[in-house]
Design a protein. Structure first.
Length: 118
């Protein structure tokens, strides 16, 4: 499975941005989809994830109530709607998928940079 993330950019604090991640290849194997991020000088951290059906989502405490993850299985695409952005949301955002037979997220996109100006 290949993943192509897009939608990053420069936004003012308090603003909004929507990230997209399109999957291609053996997409019939995709289960959960998720977003992670890595800020400068920090380790990669979990942001949000969604099950195949979209019926269950989970978020890190730092983004809960501000970010929304959703997916369109017909387009093999997962989205991350980011509202009320804060300076500390600045990071490279990566999408990832967990294939049905995997225990964790094993396929990763190339990342898209989100910069929030204060």
């Amino acid at each position: 499975v290949q993943l192509q993330a897009s939608g990053g950019g420069l936004v003012r604090a308090g603003g909004s941005l929507r990230l997209s991640c399109a999957a291609s290849g053996r997409t019939f194997n995709i289960g959960d989809m998720g977003w992670f991020r890595q800020a400068p000088g920090k380790e990669r951290e979990f942001v949000a994830a969604i099950t195949w059906s979209g019926g269950s989502t989970r978020y890190s405490d730092s983004v809960k109530g501000r970010f929304t993850i959703f997916r369109d299985n017909a387009k093999n695409t997962v989205y991350l709607e980011m509202n009320s952005l804060k300076f500390e949301d600045t990071a490279v955002y990566y999408c990832a998928v967990r294939l049905w037979y995997e225990s964790g997220f094993g396929s990763w996109g190339q990342g898209t940079l989100v910069t929030v100006s204060s």
